[in-house]
Design a protein around this ligand. Sequence first.
Ligand SMILES: Cc1cc2nc3c(=O)[nH]c(=O)nc-3n(C[C@H](O)[C@H](O)[C@H](O)COP(=O)(O)OP(=O)(O)OC[C@H]3O[C@@H](n4cnc5c(N)ncnc54)[C@H](O)[C@@H]3O)c2cc1C
Length: 417
Amino acid sequence: MRYFDINLDLSEDDIALRDAARQFAEQEMRPVARQLDQMSAEEGVAEDSPLWPFLKKAYSLGYHKILLPEYYGGLGLSPLQTNIVFEELAWGSFGLALTVTVVCFPFYCICMTNNDEMIEKFVKPFCDCTDGSIRGCWAITEPEHGSDMLAVGEECFDSPNMKGNVRAKLEGEQWVLNGQKSAWVSGGTISTHAMLHVQIDPSKGFAGNGVCILPLDLQGVSKGKPLEKIGQRDLNQGEIYFDDVRIPKDYMFVDPDFYVPLLDIILAAANLCMASWSVGLSRAAFDEALNYTKERVQGGKPLIEHYTTKQRIFDMFARVETARAIARAAINLNLNISPPHVEYSLVAKTQCTEMAFKNTHDAIQILGGNGLTKEYLTEKLFRDARSTLIEDGNNETLSRHGGHILMESYPRAPLDF
Ligand SMILES: Cc1cc2nc3c(=O)[nH]c(=O)nc-3n(C[C@H](O)[C@H](O)[C@H](O)COP(=O)(O)OP(=O)(O)OC[C@H]3O[C@@H](n4cnc5c(N)ncnc54)[C@H](O)[C@@H]3O)c2cc1C
């Protein structure tokens, strides 16, 4: 039996999109992800890497433009469809689902500016791209700054002591960029364009930041080595360096006045993606565990017939469904309103990643020793899930940010009846 969907109101289009993404995840993503996981990070992006034909296929099917509006050439999916497709892709591979989505981030954010010239120049060519040759990345994290770059509302955020590692100075009609982003930039060593967070007015700390689009073939840009890490090894990451890089004035599409609201919009969107992908990852772990319990015989009967295994399998199922419910509710809310209610994206990200981590942990426990070996997918799923607790803001920082929003924006509950 295929995994059931609790929403009985899925349209024929929703189901067709889901089935197509499921097939792509199973037939294309799973085999490539397993190969990339076992290669070195450098081999993973070498000319003969399976990453390139995979990206070409993904772009030809339009999976790189899931988040982009139809009006500009994107897929124009509804929030529910976006969630459904993301869940399926991440069932195939969390790292590859992220790879094929982060490529759109600079272009997705430029759409919000309604700047026709920039849309014509950057967004439309990206949407028209079918061979994977235009790839964006989101470059915010710095060698000296991680969580604090997302800590809007905390004392450190707008302190002049917060010295950014990438600075931008206006010289006439051009911005001049200098500095370095950290090795955590997803797609960092293979991207053609970056959505780059820079410090413009250091006297305001990070509240003095801006965001620009940066074509990465400009003079003065260089890249580090692909990062080696334990999980999501099928996701390329690496540093980007800037040495007197010059860009036209209008490439800085967000200035300090709009930086804080934009950061929340980006964080809300990124966390919705993380939530949907985490459900796919949770479900992958559940599938592995359930299949195994039906095959493996212990004490004279299949594992599934043992009481504690039944209970553990049900707990895993409950986590998939609970995570899916909050991921869908949050995406339905925040992709339909502007500005988003960031706290719901934060709930979805923190809870769905925690549940994915628990499910991959339980899947290994159910498989016993086999769960730890490379013969089975569970050990990869576990390593991938561990990264999600840190990625796109570690869960502690995100929870603190959510707490700050509740403190600032929610009225005190009435105590009188
Ligand atoms: C798989 C993956 C993909 C990523 N993709 C991108 C990307 O595309 N682009 C990009 O720019 N970045 C990316 N990142 C970076 C990511 O957003 C950062 O790793 C994250 O924000 C945390 O920063 P850090 O690693 O520097 O940890 P730090 O900020 O150094 O924090 C380390 C730990 O200290 C604790 N801590 C931190 N601050 C506080 C505090 N104020 N109070 C109490 N405890 C605290 C937390 O437990 C935290 O986990 C990615 C990371 C991963 C793992």
